[in-house]
Design a binder for this molecule. Structure first.
Ligand SMILES: [Zn+2]
Length: 242
């Protein structure tokens, strides 16, 4: 299995960059985790749409799903050209009815609400979900029994330590730095907390993501490394073998 980071900015992209979007590939099939601004164009560089098995939207904040609105047009064109018959499964949290309404337009998406008690099998990818601590309903995901994990957006919680315990490769949000850690923007991890999560969960490898464009990422890395010295910054369009 391979991870490709399509976009790692948030909540808006810096110049030439994209917000959240991560492609998992296995057995010639793709699973897209989040589909933020600029992700669809990048996806096309690495996977043809007919090989896309499903999309998982961790939550319906715009930096995590807005490119799905134009993916709809692409899929409609594929249907017209005889390249697609079945709707694309999209797993997403309940709530945010107004935003979800945008995704209910057209017939190219098969919307499926995430239930943390229900594992999902999407082609070669087996998925388990955990509710995270965020301003809107949001789910992190474990793939293939902890071979890979993605925290999505979240504040600190002990439940994350339990859920991601022993994960071999954790993609972990680190949207804040210590200087910005105050209650007004709870619902995200500081880099120090991301490192602490990786340490307490005893993950094999941690890749940090979800970076505000104005941050000095050397500082993000320093803070994470206090708890987990091998923490790494994600690199857009880089591939990681899992
Ligand atoms: Zn969010």
């Amino acid at each position: 299995m391979r991870l490709r980071v399509l976009g790692h900015s948030g909540p808006y992209p810096g110049p030439g960059k994209a917000t959240s979007g991560y492609l998992l590939e296995a057995e010639g099939r793709g699973l897209l985790l989040d589909c933020g601004s600029g992700v669809l164009g990048r996806l096309g560089r690495h996977l043809s749409r007919d090989r896309l098995e499903a999309v998982v939207l961790s939550h319906l904040h715009y930096d995590h799903f807005v490119d799905l609105l134009v993916l709809r047009y692409a899929l409609e064109a594929d249907v017209k050209r005889g390249l697609r018959r079945e709707p694309l499964p999209v797993y997403l949290p309940p709530g945010r009815e107004e935003e979800r309404g945008f995704l209910e337009l057209g017939e190219v998406f098969d919307l499926r609400l995430i239930d943390p008690d229900e594992p999902v099998l999407a082609g070669p990818f087996s998925l388990r979900f955990v509710r995270t601590t965020h301003a809107v309903p949001c789910y992190g995901v474990a793939v293939d029994g902890g071979r890979f994990g993605y925290t999505a957006d979240t504040g600190w919680s002990e439940e994350l330590v339990t859920f991601f315990a022993g994960t071999r490769f954790l993609l972990c949000e680190a949207a804040l730095q210590e200087a910005d850690h105050d209650l007004r923007i709870a619902g995200h991890l500081t880099a120090r907390e991301a490192g602490e999560l990786a340490r307490q969960a005893e993950v094999g490898r941690v890749l940090l993501t979800h970076f505000p464009p104005h941050y000095d990422l050397a500082q993000t890395l320093r803070e994470a490394a206090e708890s987990f010295p091998e923490a790494e910054l994600s690199v857009e369009e880089a591939a990681y073998e899992l």
